[in-house]
Design a protein around this ligand. Sequence first.
Ligand SMILES: O=C(O)CCC(=O)C(=O)O
Ligand SMILES: [Fe+2]
Length: 367
Amino acid sequence: MCVQASCAQFWMLSTPHGLFPVPLGMALTYDPAFLAPAATPAHRKSVPYAVVPPAPSGAQTGEAEDGGQAGSRTLWKGWVCTECGRANCRYRWERWECRACGNRLLDAGAVVPSLGLPRRLDVLGEADDCSPGVRMTVHRLASTPATVVAYTLPRAGTVYHVLHDTAAAADAIWEAYQRAAADVPAAPLFERRELKSNTVKGGLLSQQFAINSGASYKYIVETLSYTFAESPPSVMDALELIRERVASVLGARVDFNEILSVMYREGQKMNWHDDSEPGLGPVVAALSLGSPATMSFRPKAARKPNAKASGASSKEPSLRRPLPVLNFALSHGDVVIMSGRAIQHMYDHKVVPLGLRVAATARVIQG
Ligand SMILES: O=C(O)CCC(=O)C(=O)O
Ligand SMILES: [Fe+2]
């Protein structure tokens, strides 16, 4: 909603189904802090501004300059080392670290309980844009009181969205992930690593912080990999929960031998990709923890014909990226199961979280 009269969202509520006028009789609470004047940050009081941005103020206190919390954008921006002056990306979850001189600033982020995170109205995970070609069925699991929404992607397979019945198990795993990540471990755990497809000069890091456990998974980023025995307990608890859910939905146990745990801070997302690693089994299943997220699927773009031979320009409509055929909302404790190898060959998926979030995705990878 926006209070600027010239804005298209003026007194409109932003919902998963689009913008809607505020219904008559709906109670709105005015928060005086909204209009309270904010102090100009010290480093912006006089021009010319310093080229070097101020050192991250979230360090040591857990409070970012913009009032951001543990997941805030401010807390994953890079920094200029206070010792040697070298610019660095934020590549470790629990601290700023200088690759040049090893100087470190700890990020004393507190564990955020799931109740302190943004919530979505459509917690039931309804599809908000499901193309007519995608069949949707809903059923209840007999073994556990969970609702399953199944979306059939034509000729590719089925995406099952298992809605959480209770958040208790998810709460414990969510908090354990955050403790493991913030624990200043001897060996690095959650890191942003270089993207393989990078075409810019110098390294380009993946947005999210991740660790891989079990068989190595190297498709897009060569993520730090540990054996199951070396991995934090939260990883194994997530894997067990995923195994249980998959067995209840598919009626057969899948022996996942790899799990990728990804931590997203505010503003981070995972853009369009597929999960096709050579030797990948037909079932990929992911547990969502923390802030809600939107997951989308779209058919892969047809291969570009030889542009010179056909005289085609990349702006021609037939070569534009296909639109998503399915979007749904993932909430804390939900599990998504992609069943069917062809899903990874025929569709891309992306996930856009609303804030601080963890996703643990399990796969079977033959070595
Ligand atoms: O964040 C998610 O829920 C899914 C992440 C994902 O697609 C992946 O790790 O390949
Ligand atoms: Fe994926």
